[in-house]
Design a protein around this ligand. Structure first.
Ligand code: GRF
Length: 204
């Protein structure tokens, strides 16, 4: 079994990050959260990190107007905290090439729909669930995928389905999808740590 040292990139609430931290704490997952990086100084995820005593940083285009500097700062912070797997848990920015290439096949994102459907630019938050309902889909779900330099397009690592109910609104649907996200992420990380999922094989 491989012990996972996780680095989180977040922008908002961080409930997915919390679900993974909880899985580490209660023994479901052989991993620790080493560092949290947010682009948003007001992200509640930073409060969560503080409460959990996890080193946390805010880096963005204001702290580092040069995008290469920002990329290198993020990479250096992940490296300094010995991160071996990077988790995008609601991170609303594109990672830079230095970070992407150093952590090739070691960066995971979670998306609240069944990719390749309902992904790409503009497909985030309630927009995803509204599009699913407007398209009259009977099933939606969650996708965990490897991160590439195109939004939502890396190889798919795991998916779980969620039924769309007749009276669903984007809000009610998002709540059920989020509950599924909170399970799928740690369960997928557990499979990675047990060697049941090989990220290099998935990428090739
Ligand atoms: C989740 O719905 C995730 O799929 C998407 O952003 C949202 C993050 O929620 N990428 P939270 O910050 O983990 O609560």
């Amino acid at each position: 079994m491989k012990y996972l040292r996780l680095g989180f990139l977040v922008s908002h609430g961080g409930s997915n990050m919390q679900a993974i931290i909880d899985a580490c704490r209660n023994g479901n997952l052989n991993a620790t959260a080493r560092v949290v990086i947010s682009n948003n100084p007001d992200a509640f995820a930073l409060e969560r990190a503080k409460k959990e005593k996890i080193p946390a940083f805010c880096f963005n285009s204001k702290t580092d107007p040069n995008s290469l500097d920002l990329d290198l700062k993020i990479l250096k912070t992940l490296q300094e905290h010995n991160v071996d797997l990077v988790i995008l848990a609601g991170y609303m920015r594109m990672l830079g090439n230095k970070t992407l290439s150093f952590y090739k096949n070691r960066i995971l994102n979670i998306h609240p729909a069944l990719l390749p459907k309902f992904g790409g630019v503009g497909m985030y938050g309630q927009f995803v669930h509204k599009a699913v309902i407007d398209a009259k889909e009977s099933t939606t779900g969650v996708t965990i995928h490897l991160v590439s330099n195109k939004y939502d397009q890396g190889s798919i690592v795991a998916q779980a389905t969620v039924p769309v109910l007749a009276n669903d609104t984007p809000q009610t649907l998002s709540e059920r999808v989020l509950a599924q996200e909170h399970k799928l992420f740690w369960q997928t990380l557990k499979k990675i740590s047990l060697g049941k999922i090989d990220l290099d094989k998935i990428a090739s």
